[in-house]
Design a binder for this molecule. Structure first.
Ligand code: NAD
Length: 500
């Protein structure tokens, strides 16, 4: 690493090439995409813009590896060792990876280092352990045939085959590993397509994968746009499973595209998650908790607590507190000391967030703090609290994916519950209360893949994660990952007691 003239560390950049069959290759037609640092709006490097032909090369490499004797014969423990070795290399290069994420995604260096890179190491180690534990079961059958035989069955967990991992830009390194680690642990091979906005840490991870000694073709990386790279992966007949994290609109397209070949699909999609604050909550925890539920990662979190639903008795205290907290959050470049919030990822995202807030204000919404672009260059948006928004307004219904929270005042548990569930999404929710009864009774009734109590946005590779309703299909993380990356195969046998 060197220092730039602004005293920002500059990481060694991976070559913007494609990882196919263990080799780093240019895109076949030589196309590239400019990579922009969202805090400076400056282009600082290029990545390859893959094509359908590049996808085909990568998928064939993955299929070749999957069918190879070496891969099929590799002991599960040894697949685990590959992941352990990679975890160690990530650890050795942790600062470098976090610096790269700071440049590419814009998030503050400490966040990249202690959340993204830490999650990456944890996920690799967690799945390394799973490689040897994907067991089937032994089943005693009750057959209809009264033929004197004894029937038994066992199941095995078979890897689905070549996986396409398609990821978004908000947690680039963590998302890449969320696809790669379980795929490898459970015996699949993979083609990863990172977001065209943030491919740098996935490419660096690819270099570390080569260094760790993964067999050629086990992990392939094709950078480029959703169309053609993502679409070609979805269409390719040798891809048996698509593990997608991204917006609900893209997820719907992928689901439709995958259906003709009956591909396995896991969809981790968007959200409009409620943060529910009851009157009896400990406000010293609830106010900063509700604020960081939405403002962490500048609101670019699928589980962001973007609807603040507060019991009427404490509404003024909570909204005032969250607005004050928002104003105190230092915004800036990834490497400026003490910065807590980075920029949005792109001009497009900045325009989307600004446009939604402006339209809301024109329709009568009240801005309690923020409400505009932060001064200076870079795609920075002020942490914003908005009130007085109609239930059916776009601000209350659609995912904003920026640091904007919509506050509403309600009375009693039934109203709070109804408001929390009044959304097409069902990804996350948090409940802030000192009453354990209310906490559990409410948690029971919230339609969300994860409900947090007195905390928000806590993710752990050991805890299943995914969405209800329009927030997704299937689960990843924890033991659920077995179902996402393997299929049960039953073997049924008749034992003949007369042979003894
Ligand atoms: P996006 O859907 O625009 O893109 C995600 C990925 O899909 C990118 O790599 C993109 O190139 C690719 N893609 C685009 N069109 C495609 C197509 N037709 N076929 C195949 N691939 C295609 O999402 P984004 O803007 O990068 O990310 C933000 C979204 O991701 C938000 O909605 C957020 O809630 C969601 N997200 C969900 C989770 C979760 O776990 N549920 C986590 C993080 C982000």
């Amino acid at each position: 690493m060197t220092q730039s003239k602004h005293d920002f560390p500059i990481p060694t950049l991976p070559a913007g090439k494609l990882l196919i069959g263990g080799a780093w290759l240019d895109a076949e037609d030589g196309q590239t995409i400019d990579v922009v640092n969202p805090a400076t709006e400056q282009v600082y490097t290029q990545i390859a813009a893959g094509s359908a032909r590049d996808v085909d090369r990568a998928v064939r490499a993955a299929q070749g590896c999957f069918e190879s004797k070496a891969w099929q014969g590799m002991r599960p423990l040894d697949r685990g060792r590959l992941l352990e070795r990679l975890a160690l290399l990530v650890e050795e290069n942790a600062d470098e990876l976090a610096t790269l994420e700071g440049w590419d995604n814009g998030k503050p260096f400490p966040v990249a280092r202690h959340i993204d890179v830490q999650f990456t190491m944890d996920a690799l180690r967690y799945y390394a352990g799973w490689a040897s534990k994907a067991a089937g079961e032994y089943i005693a059958l009750s057959p209809f045939a009264n033929d004197g035989g004894i029937y038994r069955a066992y199941t095995e967990r078979r890897p689905v085959g070549v996986v396409a991992g398609i990821t978004p830009w908000n947690f680039p390194l963590g998302q890449a590993v969320q696809k790669i680690a379980p795929a490898i642990a459970f015996g699949c091979t993979i083609v990863l397509k990172p977001s065209e906005e943030t491919s740098m840490t996935a490419l660096r991870l690819g270099e570390l994968i080569c260094e760790a000694g993964f067999p050629d073709g086990a992990v392939n990386i094709v950078t480029g746009y959703g169309d053609p790279v993502g679409t070609s992966l979805v269409d390719h007949p040798l891809v048996r499973k698509i593990s997608f994290t991204g917006s609900t609109a893209t997820g719907q397209r992928i689901l439709a595209g995958a259906s003709s070949q009956m591909k396995r699909v896991t969809l981790e999609l968007g959200g409009k998650s409620p943060t529910i604050v009851l009157a009896d909550a400990d406000m010293d925890q609830a106010i900063p908790g509700a604020a960081m539920a939405i403002f962490a990662n500048s609101g670019q979190l699928c589980t962001a607590g973007s609807r603040l639903i507060v019991e009427d008795a404490v509404y003024d205290e909570v909204t005032k507190g969250v607005a004050e907290f928002a104003k105190s959050l230092p915004i800036g470049h990834a490497f400026t000391p003490d910065v807590m919030l980075g920029p949005l990822i792109s001009q497009r995202q900045l325009d989307k967030v600004s446009g939604m807030v402006s339209a809301g204000v024109e329709a009568g919404a009240q801005v309690l703090c923020g409400g505009g672009r932060a001064a200076g260059s870079g795609y920075f948006y002020q942490p914003t609290v908005v009130a007085n928004v109609d239930t059916d307004a776009q601000l209350n219904r659609e995912e904003i994916f920026g640091p904007v929270v919509i506050a509403s005042k309600l009375t009693g548990l039934n109203q709070l519950k109804a408001a929390a569930n009044d959304t097409e999404y069902g990804l996350g929710a948090s409940i802030w209360t000192s009453d354990i009864n209310k906490a559990h009774l409410l948690a029971d009734q919230i339609d969300a893949g994860t409900v947090w109590i007195n905390t928000h946005n806590v993710l752990d590779t050991a805890m299943p994660f995914g969405g209800m309703k329009m927030s997704g299909l299937g689960r990843e993380f924890g033991s659920e990952a077995i179902h996402a990356f393997t299929e049960a195969k039953a073997v049924c046998m008749r034992l003949d007691p007369s042979k003894i």
